[in-house]
Structure formats: structure tokens, C-alpha cells
Design a protein around this ligand. Structure first.
Ligand code: ADP
Ligand code: MG
Length: 239
């Protein structure tokens, strides 16, 4: 299976994705079955095993949850949205988690806000994924910088962290499904984010240096001038 996913050019078909998900879910399921059988044989419940089973269930839940974001075309509604407000909402959402890790957000906004035409929840998911990775990379705290400016019809958002970075040889693996270096990671955040940005006709670039930090640059087409958040709404298929 890993071979299949590696050989494919960054996952082109739903079939490959489904195969990958099935594979990733089978591992925790096997563990769950093993523990259940053991408890049945012993006719007793071991609380430590129950905790392990719960964490395996949580893993399945995380994997399925990330895929649902991509697999709900009817919930996708493209609208004119203020990029500043989307970023602001996400920052307040993650503020306490950042504080807890001794991390501060620094925002370098240009004076003028910009509008994008997109699906709010999906765009928020992208910034949540990117910022969570930044937070998780900065064990000793530090600063995460967010820049946003407009440039030749595009909105540019740059998120820079001072975390552990990614070794050069692993950079090509970013965006591959299930590539993770974390004990409890799903390895889906970057892939899902890239897919969402592509669906919005934008680009997402990641540069990184081990030991120094990581920079994620997201470029989205700017929406035409001044329409409010609900104006111009129309259903839009995701892929
Ligand atoms: P997950 O976070 O579940 O591991 P992601 O797809 O979000 O999955 O990220 C994949 C991997 O890419 C991470 O495990 C991590 O090793 C690396 N990575 C992503 N973003 C960063 C970052 N800002 N700093 C360091 N490593 C990162
Ligand atoms: Mg992640």
C-alpha cells in the first residue's frame, strides 16, 4: 500500500485515497479487536487496555474527520469573504492553545483588508491545519508570524514559525497522505490543505530549514471589490 501511494503522483484518484484510508483505519481496528478478544477470554476488563482502545478509536475518528472535510460537496458554499476576518477567527480559536505552549502570534497586516471568493469553513480549516503544525513544531515556544498583503490581483498570506523545521530530504514527502513524524499525527493536514487551496485556484508553498523553522505561503485570487459576505453566494462543487 505505501508503495502504491508513493508511486502515484501525489494522489490523483479517489480510489487511491480510499485505499489509503482503509489501510490507516485497519491498524487501529486490528488493535481494538485484539484487546476486545483478550478481555472476552479473560472475562474481565483491564482499564489500561480500555484507555488504549479509546486512543485507537480517537485515531480512527481523527482520520475520518479529516476526510469528511473533503467529502461533503453539498456543504460547500463559495462566498465573498474577508480574509482578515477568517484569519482573525482562526487566531482567536487557537489563542489559548498557543498561550499554553508559550507561543505568541504576531500579525503584520497591511492596512487594507482583502476579499476572497471561497468556502469559509474550508479556508478556516487550512489555516487551522497550518497554524497547528506551527504550534506543534515549537516545543519551546516562540513567535508565529502572520503576514497578509495584496499583490497583482492575489491575496498573499505567509505564516512563519520558529519551530524544529523539516529536514530537506523529507520536504518532498509533504503533502503525501499519511506522511507524519508525530506519534499521534494523521499525516493528512498538509494534503487536505493543499487540496482545498487548489480547489480555490490558489497555491500553497512550504519552505523549511531543520532547526530554524518553516514558512508556508498561501496565495489566493482576490475577489472583485467590495461585496459583502453574503452577496453573490452560490453553490459550488468542491472538486
Ligand atoms: P500531522 O500534523 O498529523 O503529522 P500534517 O499533514 O499536518 O500531519 O503534517 C505532516 C508532517 O509534516 C508533520 O508530521 C511534520 O513532520 C511536518 N510538518 C508540517 N508542518 C510543519 C511545521 N510547521 N514545522 C515542522 N514540521 C512540519
Ligand atoms: Mg498537522
Amino acid at each position: 500500500m505505501e508503495e502504491l501511494l508513493r508511486n502515484s503522483e501525489k494522489l490523483t484518484t479517489v480510489g487511491q485515497l480510499a485505499a489509503g484510508v482503509a489501510h490507516e483505519i485497519r491498524n487501529p481496528l486490528t488493535t481494538l479487536r485484539g484487546f476486545l478478544q483478550l478481555q472476552r477470554e479473560r472475562r474481565s476488563i483491564d482499564l489500561q487496555h480500555v484507555d488504549l482502545m479509546l486512543s485507537e478509536l480517537e485515531r480512527i475518528n481523527l482520520i475520518v474527520g479529516e476526510f469528511l472535510i473533503l467529502a461533503k460537496p453539498q456543504a460547500v458554499l463559495y462566498q465573498h469573504k474577508s480574509i482578515r476576518r477568517i484569519l482573525g477567527d482562526v487566531l482567536s480559536l487557537l489563542d489559548s492553545q498557543a498561550n499554553l505552549h508559550g507561543i505568541v502570534f504576531r500579525t503584520l497586516w497591511e492596512e487594507q483588508d482583502a476579499q476572497v471568493y471561497g468556502e469559509e469553513n474550508q479556508l478556516k480549516q487550512v489555516f487551522i491545519n497550518v497554524l497547528k503544525n506551527a504550534i506543534e513544531a515549537m516545543e519551546d515556544g516562540g513567535t508565529i508570524t502572520l503576514e497578509q498583503y495584496s499583490q497583482s490581483g492575489n491575496v498573499v498570506i505567509i505564516i512563519t514559525d520558529e519551530g524544529e523545521g523539516i529536514p530537506e530530504e523529507l520536504l518532498p514527502k509533504l503533502g503525501e497522505p499519511f506522511f507524519t513524524r508525530k506519534e499521534t499525527g494523521t499525516g493528512l493536514g498538509v494534503m487536505v490543505s493543499q487540496r482545498i487551496i487548489q480547489a480555490h485556484k490558489g497555491t500553497m508553498d512550504i519552505t523549511s530549514k531543520a532547526g530554524e523553522g518553516t514558512r508556508v505561503t498561501i496565495i489566493l485570487p482576490a475577489a472583485p471589490e467590495r461585496r459583502n459576505d453574503t452577496g453573490g453566494a452560490q453553490p459550488h462543487e468542491n472538486q
